[in-house]
Design a protein around this ligand. Structure first.
Ligand code: FE2
Ligand code: FE2
Length: 194
């Protein structure tokens, strides 16, 4: 890798996030079916970690990338992507309400893995190619910077996500609160002006 962080265009940046999600998914898949205390703790950690990553990534895409795609590139694909995000969001909300020892937990994990992998395939196979064909490099780099700014609004690890702290999961789930926080923060800034 010779490019520095701020030279990366939006396709490189979002693709790197996708690879990171997949790294977590691969580890999660090895843990499915395991019920020992270490495995359960690790599953919770990984699900929480990937959830935070996906939420930040999705809100950044929905606010900084999809609107441009919708207007200038491919309206159908932008719509489909938002729908796929919404589905994964529901799965993540179900997962945060569950204990890793619950009977349905692993099934939901595998659902999330499938939903995100399919979504990533659609983005990388179609939307990203269209982005590069439509916008010049400067514009794609600026989009990457905008994505980074949105991701920086939220903490890397939300405090309530601390795994298994006396079994306490907070009232307002981290997914819901993160989504609210991020979407409010982004929409409240009037960034879309101009
Ligand atoms: Fe993505
Ligand atoms: Fe996406």
């Amino acid at each position: 890798m010779t490019q520095t962080e701020d030279q990366r265009d939006v396709v490189d940046l979002l693709s790197a996030d996708h690879r990171e999600f997949d790294r977590v998914f691969t580890e999660l898949e090895t843990l499915v079916g395991q019920t020992g205390p270490d495995a359960l703790r690790r599953k919770r950690e990984l699900v929480d970690e990937v959830t935070i990553g996906i939420v930040k990534h999705s809100v950044a895409e929905e606010t900084q990338v999809y609107p441009r795609v919708e207007k200038q590139v491919d309206e159908t694909e932008a719509e489909r992507s938002k729908h796929e995000h919404a589905e994964a969001e529901e799965t993540m909300k179900r997962l945060e309400r569950m204990d890793p020892g619950d009977p349905g937990f692993d099934t939901e994990v595998l659902t999330l893995v499938r939903e995100i992998r399919e979504h990533v395939e659609h983005e990388e196979g179609r939307m990203f190619a269209e982005l590069r064909a439509t916008f010049d490099r400067d514009e794609l780099v600026r989009m990457a910077e905008a994505v980074q700014r949105v991701k920086a609004i939220a903490p890397t690890r939300a405090h309530p996500m601390t795994p298994n702290e006396a079994g306490v999961r907070t009232v307002l789930g981290p997914v819901a609160s993160l989504l609210d926080h991020l979407r409010d923060a982004v929409s409240g800034r009037g960034k879309t002006a101009g």
